[in-house]
Design a protein around this ligand. Structure first.
Ligand SMILES: [Zn+2]
Length: 133
């Protein structure tokens, strides 16, 4: 029987279907490309490209909708300021947040399967939401 390996980032086990753990990096086949890819991205270049896009769409939109998004954003105040910058003068920003009980029930199987990620996501999400208020 093979020894069970665990991803050092998300702690998923090697026994999970369709998941491999890289024995050199100790990262799973989901985390490995994300972590290594993010190191190669030129974030300054990306930021300039994003700012150029924002200039082109400034004051362009009547309505912007965030449907169960804000609780996942690290700096929601920045996201909202950016959204405001591309909104027309009397535009509307519609923000929907999850119904905590419905979301909790829906995610029970996910929580049982990957409790560490579930708790991390909910704590960070709740913190983001509190900071946005
Ligand atoms: Zn992983």
């Amino acid at each position: 029987m093979n020894k069970i390996l665990w991803c050092k980032n998300c702690i998923l086990p090697s026994t999970r279907p369709n998941l491999d753990i890289n024995k050199e990096t100790n990262l799973c086949s989901v985390c490995d490309p994300i972590i290594n890819k993010s190191k190669k991205i030129n974030w300054e270049k990306r930021k300039k490209e994003f700012q150029n896009i924002l200039k082109k769409i400034k004051n362009k939109y009547d309505v912007i909708t965030f449907n169960k998004v804000i609780e996942h954003v690290k700096k929601p105040e920045k996201m909202l300021k950016t959204a405001k910058s591309i909104l027309k003068k009397n535009g509307i920003i519609n923000i929907e947040v999850p119904d905590v009980l419905a979301a909790a029930l829906k995610h029970v199987p996910i929580a049982e399967y990957n409790p560490f990620e579930f708790i991390k996501t909910n704590i960070v999400g709740t913190q983001n939401l509190v900071e946005a208020c």
